[in-house]
Design a protein around this ligand. Sequence first.
Ligand code: UDP
Length: 490
Amino acid sequence: GSATRDLHILFFPFSAPGHIIPIVDLAKLFASRGVKTSILTTPGNAPSIQLSIDQANDSSTLRHPIALYLLPFPSAEAGLPTGCENASSLTFANLDMRAKFVGAFELLRQPFARVLRELLPNAVVTDSFLPWTQDVAAELDVPRLVFHGTSLFSLCASHSIDRFKVLESVPPGSAQSLVLPGLPHRIEMQRSQFRDSSKMPGFTVFFDRIRISEERSYGVVANSYYELEPDYAEHYRKVVGRRVWNVGPVSLCNRNEIEKSRRGDETSIGCSQCLSWLNTKKPGSVVYICFGSMYKLPIAQIREIALGLEASDAPFILVVRDVRGNDSDWLPEGFEEEVVGRGKGLIIRGWAPQLLILNHEAVGGFVTHCGWNSCLEGVSAGVPMITWPMFAEQFLNERLIVDVLKVGVGVGVKEYVDIGAERRVVAGEEIRRAVGRVMDGGEEAEEMRRRARELAEMGRRAVEEGGSSYADAGELIQELIGRRKTTGTE
Ligand code: UDP
């Protein structure tokens, strides 16, 4: 009703694709429920966000247009090159740049306060990577919700690691196994799968600040759904003690676009070459390989992947980012002509239309770095996974996919990619074997496929009227309307 329409929520993502994409989807989700929504970002990120908003406007799922507000990005003050407004344009291995990038946002404290004072939204949803927004919002008595772009499982696991000081007694990099205490499942990891905080002391301070700001916040909005990880939804509420609204999978707010691409209509997030190639393949036969928006594969590793895929029976789509120089430098001799030319594979250089690919019926397996968006997009499409984590909380997400949900197999990596560390190159044969376990149609593979489809179906139901995520979003909206009435912030 009109109470909903008068409610205004401002969304503020951290500037990395894996953060912007789900927060923009979240804004669409609330706009489709009739809430007035705005997104705050920096000019360099505006065009891609605007494009995404326009697509939603075109498919007329929004009951309110989404407004975009911009804050100039303080590149110079932060010691960053101009035009460096998105984390994906940084060199991953440059720790100093990454610290400066995170620091640059904090210089937006005063401008952010001005925007809040001007717009007086009834709530802000800001990225967990922007902990300082909590202080600004509190000063202006605007409830701040933290957006966590990761699994509830990884939030619970991180809490267990902190609380029981799991990493402290074991030297970083050691292969010693660790069991995370107090979780609903027995979760075993290796010390080498976690960051060496002595190499990045600033990160420890940053994650402490995130935790404190989260404790002070109004609550947490998570891109997950109850039925996916019910034990961890409960654990996060009862043991970690957070108020949390699970409103995902947020990528499903793009299902109109996906439907359009299925019917072969023009679609703005489409990629006709890729989709027509997929149309020539049998259902469930193709393996899709992509490592997210941040990580750039070393050339030696790309070559092994190419060899593994060539030896595998499955047709494939391989996404490689930012490879410079001549193709022959990074692909095995004659690879492109022989393998790609035969229709066995497709190589995408740059940005792939991942949602459309995963939701194409020809795709039957996903080699993923276990970024949470990718995991959840894979789950939502009912596609089993081959897990290949790199850094951040990706090793935790791998345990959820492989041990808890049982919709994937690991490629077998044990080392966190630390700054400057040489990582073992996974051999083509290991890749072929892991892909085979998911794609070979055997009993294990069929069971994973069945479970993946079941979870996808539950995800679809969760976001529909009457579903758990639909209900959580509705409860949050009602609560914010109620708060607005009692505090009289009209
Ligand atoms: N993505 C995409 N095309 C690409 C690479 C990534 O559409 O070529 C999207 C992907 O669908 C997901 C996001 O970018 O929504 C990546 O987020 P994720 O959490 O998986 O990993 P990150 O990039 O943060 O490491």
